[in-house]
Design a protein around this ligand. Structure first.
Ligand code: C2E
Ligand code: MG
Ligand code: MG
Length: 596
């Protein structure tokens, strides 16, 4: 029905009622025959109202319909002729019910609506219709006792907002709740937990996800993660599951008898990867490690509770991949100690607590040809801390970059000062290779110290190539182009030593000391060493065995033509201890060092 039609029929009721803003003065008492301007005014009004993007209705002081526009009729799909001037609100709602566009849950808006209408107070509401659309309806009183409702279809906007809200609270890859959602959920769980109710937080870590990415590529890695998320969700049985990072999930186990309930859940979660995941034609194996803490026993606030679940995870990972650990107070101490050490290692360089020791390396014939520089930390309270402990800590904090640069500079400066041109081996961490300028750093140290690049050997473990293969490879090539040699340390302990030997022209293989230690006792260890030496000969690569402690080991290696490094040849010591070797003089009488 057109506005003009409605308008003409409602003329008598309208007079004096319409607000100025809606109805031009000229249209107040329309008599089209007498006043041609009135027709124009009505046409204008008709055009204005029917071209509105909003639906509009106007009601008289008796709450009966006075006028409406086409948009309103179309929006609510009301049958033609179903509305009339004087319709009651109930009749209008009936018309919408027939059209399937009534408010889905009228009850919840009822009092708001009644209040707005009876008290003539402006109000608005967002409601869902029976057909699933969302409308925004505003009620505005006019000064003459009438009231106007405007109706906007905001379905698309609401959907977009819902999508954005979903994005803000969900991980895009797996669709699981994200960290923001987890933070809200755990805060609410702690807030709502009363007295003796207990729930648990489980930090779930996907082991070796990096390897999956490296071996199968990132898109397969993504699909693997999606499947792991799906399986975890299915196994979590209503518990809240979120994905916090690449391979980190977290679960808030529901209130119940703890830790028994959480233990059951942990067992079910770990079991989801007992069956390999099939993606892109691959059967990928994986495992999950879990650390758990229980509220309120292990923490009555969010930070303590989550921190302690993380501490338990840290412990579980150190114990064994695929294991489950619940928090114990001792773990908190360990974490605090670790943090204290991490703090201290950051300051160790500046406090001059770091020192270099040098361990001699000998040819198969026994002649010393060089040294490996090994770092020592003299902690003011703890005494000497092993690099096996503090290097991983410095790698975690990033302090390793500065430390390794210092080691390289000191080792090169020291070696450059020796009368004999012995070689010097320096260890670099995989973390150093994340800095793109590691080759440039080596070059600047060589220039600064004047050491002949041929005398420097960089020792890396396969972890360097593991992290970002292409990038590491190009850095290693640049290092080799400087004339510096590159050795593969701890050979045989990783997964891919052989394939890495193929990918990069290493200059030396260092057999891990675990093989050397078993030379006399294990036929397999001797066979492996034999095989590595055969490989070295085939690739024309010198091989050195670490950890040589006995004459038997030395003799076995010597007969295979293998170089040696170990306590038998000489312990890592301050260079003063080996002055005779670097100066080319006879060993001091008290020296226990077996020199050439
Ligand atoms: P690595 O490079 O494999 O060094 C060999 C380790 O074996 C050294 O342990 C050395 O003291 C030890 N060792 C040498 N001969 C024997 C022996 O006959 N028997 C036994 N049981 N052990 C022997 P250390 O000095 O504790 O260093 C441990 C690891 O810490 C090193 O392993 C290396 O990976 C790392 N590291 C040491 N210094 C540095 C450094 O300056 N930078 C970096 N990034 N890592 C370093
Ligand atoms: Mg080494
Ligand atoms: Mg080693």
């Amino acid at each position: 029905m057109s506005l003009r039609h409605t308008f003409a029929r409602a003329t008598s009721r309208l007079a004096g009622l319409l607000p100025d803003a809606v109805l031009p003065r000229a249209a107040r008492a329309p008599d089209p025959a007498a006043d041609p301007n009135a027709t124009t005014a009505m046409e204008k009004l008709d055009a204005a109202l029917n071209n509105m993007s909003h639906g509009l209705c106007m009601f008289g002081p008796d709450d009966r319909l006075m006028l409406w526009n086409d948009r309103y009729v179309r929006m609510y799909k009301i049958a033609p002729g179903r509305l009339r001037v004087g319709s009651t609100l109930e009749e209008m709602l009936d018309a919408r019910k027939e059209a399937g566009t009534a408010y889905r849950d009228l009850g919840q808006y009822d009092s708001k609506l009644t209040n707005a209408i009876t008290k003539r107070s402006p109000d608005s509401l967002v409601a869902e219709l029976d057909d699933g659309r969302i409308v925004n309806v505003s009620y505005r009183p006019t000064h003459n006792g009438c009231w106007v409702s405007t109706h906007e279809d905001i379905t698309e906007r609401a959907q977009n907002e819902a999508r954005i809200a979903h994005l803000a609270f969900h991980d895009q890859l797996t669709g699981l709740p994200n960290r923001v959602a987890f933070n809200e959920h755990i805060a609410a769980a702690v807030h709502n937990a009363a007295g003796d109710t207990a729930f648990a937080v489980l930090c779930v870590d996907l082991d070796q996800f990096k390897e999956v990415n490296d071996v199968y590529g990132h898109s397969t890695g993504d699909r693997f993660l999606v499947e792991v998320g799906r399986r975890l969700l299915a196994a979590s049985d209503g518990a809240f599951l979120a994905r916090l990072g690449a391979d980190e999930f977290i679960v808030i186990a529901s209130v119940g008898p703890q830790p028994a309930m959480a233990e059951d859940l942990c067992t079910r979660l770990v079991a989801v990867l007992y069956q390999p995941v099939c993606v892109d034609g691959y059967e990928i194996e994986g495992s999950l490690t879990i650390g758990a803490s229980v509220y309120p026993l292990d923490g009555a606030d969010v930070d303590t509770l989550v921190g302690n679940a993380e501490a338990a995870l840290y412990r579980a990972k150190a114990d064994q991949r695929g294991s489950i650990r619940f928090f114990e107070p001792a773990m908190g101490r360990q974490i605090r100690e670790k943090r204290a050490l991490q703090h201290d290692i950051g300051a160790a360089l500046a406090r001059r607590e770091l020192q270099l020791h040098f361990q001699p390396q000998s040819l198969a014939g026994g002649e010393i040809f060089g040294f490996e520089a090994l770092l020592r930390w003299r902690h003011p309270e703890r005494g000497v801390v092993s690099p096996a402990i503090f290097i991983p800590l410095a790698e975690e904090t990033g302090a390793i970059g500065e430390i390794d640069e210092w080691v390289l500079r000191e080792a090169c400066r020291e070696a450059a000062s020796w009368p004999r041109p012995l070689s010097i081996a320096v260890n670099l961490s995989p973390v150093d290779f994340r800095r793109s300028d590691v080759a440039a750093m080596i070059l600047s140290v060589l220039l600064e110290t004047g050491l002949d690049p041929q005398r420097l050997e960089i020792e890396i473990t396969e972890g360097v190539l593991f992290e970002d293969f292409d990038r590491a490879l190009s850095i290693l090539r640049r290092i080799k182009n400087l004339g510096v040699r590159v050795a593969m340390d701890d050979f045989g302990t990783g997964y891919s030593s052989l394939s890495y030997l193929q990918a990069f022209p290493f200059d030396k293989i260092k057999i891990d000391q675990s093989f050397t230690a078993r030379i006399g006792s294990s036929f397999e260890a001797a066979a492996i060493i034999h095989a590595i030496l055969g490989l070295g000969r085939a690739l024309a690569l010198p091989v050195i065995a670490e950890g040589v402690e006995t004459e038997e080991q030395r003799a076995f290696l010597a007969q295979e033509g293998c170089e040696a490094q170990g306590y038998l040849i000489g312990r890592p010591e301050p260079i003063a201890r080996y002055r005779h070797l670097v100066d080319g003089m006879a060993a001091p009488p008290e020296s226990a060092v077996i020199a050439s």
